[in-house]
Structures are given as structure tokens and as C-alpha cells.
Design a protein around this ligand. Structure first.
Ligand SMILES: Nc1ncnc2c1ncn2[C@@H]1O[C@H](COP(=O)(O)OP(=O)(O)OP(=O)(O)O)[C@@H](O)[C@H]1O
Ligand SMILES: [Mg+2]
Length: 235
């Protein structure tokens, strides 16, 4: 059992705005998420650059509040899976907490493709021109699944969803942003309110996807215009 991870021996494979993601050298199915140094202060306090937010430094769980929310949501969902059932939630398994050379780490299931590479996010698929109609159907199915299973989401953006082909067909996973942000857990307590929120969350995600697609197309056009013409223009 590993009680401490020296991250200099793990490979950094991705990062978001708040966290760095490292891949295990021994187990291809395991990632550890750590809070970036700029976001955590003395004894795991939350460091915030925004004025007026300084009070948050004194809140419980400090810089690790997102871990807490994700663990809460995972526990609520995982407890419903009977021991004779297959775990097929559209969120990665949480494997535990560990101490690392970069502070406390959240061990999670690595969502990968059949070829072993990290599964791409919806953002990456858009910007590499690989977003398909099937991916959009998977987005719809994901929100249906959240409604049926009463999954609470707090952070909706295309970088928080990955598409994997690991089972032979494409599947969607929400790898970040589950759990409730509200002080009073209204969405966790009420299916009805959560369903209303999921409707807005789906629309918000679709808008963000559409915006990303527009930006990707503009970039592509700009690149094409910057390229020299294949044949010299006639005089
Ligand atoms: N379980 C996972 N399986 C595969 N890839 C993952 C997983 N978790 C994270 N990633 C990759 O790492 C990136 C950053 O992770 P994550 O979204 O958790 O960081 P964050 O800093 O909390 O993000 P944000 O910028 O949304 O605050 C993701 O966009 C994704 O590419
Ligand atoms: Mg993220």
C-alpha cells in the first residue's frame, strides 16, 4: 500500500486551471490529481487572488474543497451500485486520497483509449476537427443519465468531458465538476431542482461547444489564408 507518492517518479500528463494530473509509472489505470502550488497555501489553505475572497481561506477543507465535493458525489452514486452489478457510471472511479510531494492528491481512474493514450476532451476533439454527431448524442445521453441517477454537476465546460473508445464503442465521461457547490445542498436534496438545473447545464454546455466550434473554424480559416497559394496567381 502506497502512503506517499514522490511525483518526480510519475509523469505529468495533463493540467487544468486548478490542478495538475500525474500518471502512475506502475499502473496505467491510475491518475493522481494535485492542487497547483499557486492555489494552496500553508497547511492546505486556499489561496485566492481575488479580493473579498480572502475570507475563504478560513473555510474548512481549504484548497481541497473540490476534492470534498467530488468525493461526496462519488460516494452518493457508488453506494447505489449493488455488489452483483457492474459499475457503469459516467464518472471515473475515485480510488482514494494520498499524500504526495505536491500536497494531498486524489487518486482516480484514468480514462484512456484502446491504444493506451489519455482520452481526449470535447475541447480537444473540437480543436482538432474530430467532433462528430455521435459525440453530441453522447452529451445528450450523459444528461439523461444524470437525471435518472440524480447526479449533481457544478462545473460545466467541454474540457471536463472526455470520450473514450475503450469498450469498443464510444462512451462519455465527466472527469471533473461533479458535486454540489451550494452551501445548502438544494440540488442534492431535490431531484426536481436538480433536473431543472441539468436542463440549464446542458444548454450551457451546448453553447460553449458551439462557441468552441466557431473559434476552431475561424482559426482554421486564418491558417488557410496565411498559407501561400499552391500556384502563383496569374498577373
Ligand atoms: N480521470 C481522468 N481520465 C482521463 N483524463 C483526465 C482525468 N481527469 C483529468 N483528466 C485530464 O486532465 C485535465 C485536467 O483535469 P481537471 O479537469 O480535473 O483539472 P482542473 O484544474 O480541475 O480543471 P478546470 O480547468 O476545469 O478547473 C482534463 O481536461 C483531462 O484532459
Ligand atoms: Mg477541469
Amino acid at each position: 500500500m502506497q502512503h506517499y507518492i514522490d511525483l518526480s517518479k510519475w509523469t505529468k500528463c495533463a493540467e487544468g486551471a486548478q490542478r495538475e494530473i500525474y500518471q502512475s509509472p506502475d499502473d496505467p489505470d491510475v491518475l493522481v490529481k494535485v492542487i497547483k502550488a499557486r492555489g494552496r497555501g500553508e497547511r492546505g489553505a486556499r489561496k485566492s487572488s481575488r479580493r473579498l475572497q480572502w475570507l475563504r481561506r478560513f473555510r474548512r477543507f481549504g484548497a481541497y474543497m473540490t476534492f470534498r465535493r467530488e468525493i461526496d458525489e462519488y460516494l452518493e452514486q457508488a453506494r447505489k451500485v449493488n455488489s452483483d452489478e457492474i459499475f457503469d457510471l459516467p464518472i471515473p472511479r475515485i480510488l482514494g486520497l494520498t499524500h504526495t510531494s505536491n500536497g494531498l492528491g486524489l487518486l482516480v481512474e484514468r480514462i484512456a483509449n484502446r491504444d493506451g493514450t489519455l482520452s481526449p476532451t470535447l475541447s480537444q476533439l473540437i480543436f482538432s476537427g474530430r467532433l462528430t454527431a455521435n459525440h453530441m448524442q453522447l452529451v445528450d445521453q450523459f444528461f439523461d443519465r444524470c437525471r435518472d441517477s440524480h447526479i449533481v454537476l457544478m462545473d460545466i465546460n467541454p474540457g471536463n468531458f472526455v470520450i473514450t473508445d475503450r469498450s469498443g464503442c464510444e462512451e462519455i465521461f465527466c472527469i471533473d465538476g461533479t458535486g454540489e457547490k451550494q452551501f445548502f445542498k438544494i440540488y442534492a436534496s431535490s431531484r426536481f431542482l436538480n433536473n431543472v438545473r441539468l436542463k440549464f447545464a446542458r444548454e450551457k454546455l451546448l453553447k460553449k461547444i458551439a462557441r468552441h466550434v466557431r473559434v476552431a473554424q475561424e482559426r482554421q480559416r486564418a491558417e488557410q489564408n496565411a498559407q501561400p497559394a499552391a500556384y502563383p496567381a496569374p498577373n
